[in-house]
Design a binder for this molecule. Structure first.
Ligand code: FES
Length: 81
């Protein structure tokens, strides 16, 4: 069983629970003050990105998600000589 669970919420955030770290593009970790779960903004309207601040409700963000399977990974083609 995975040690991290990511839940994509309908009309809202992405919830992360378990053992995880969130870093910026330079690899610097966000201080999570001991939290073992956080919600990340999916709607683009949070004033506290990357974290959700509830703004998705105000803007009536709509996105219903059902799990699906991604297509197989395609191996890169060998370089031609
Ligand atoms: S998903 Fe909650 S503020 Fe964007």
């Amino acid at each position: 069983m995975a040690t991290t669970k990511i839940t994509v919420r309908n009309n809202g955030s992405v919830r992360i629970e378990g053992d995880f770290e969130i870093v910026d593009q330079e690899g610097n970790a966000f201080g999570l003050a001991g939290r073992t779960s956080v919600s990340l903004c999916r709607c683009g309207h949070s004033e506290n990105k990357p974290f959700c601040d509830g703004s998705h409700r105000r803007v009536q963000f709509q996105s219903e998600i059902k799990a699906f399977d991604l297509p197989p990974v395609v191996a890169p083609k060998p370089a031609s000589a």
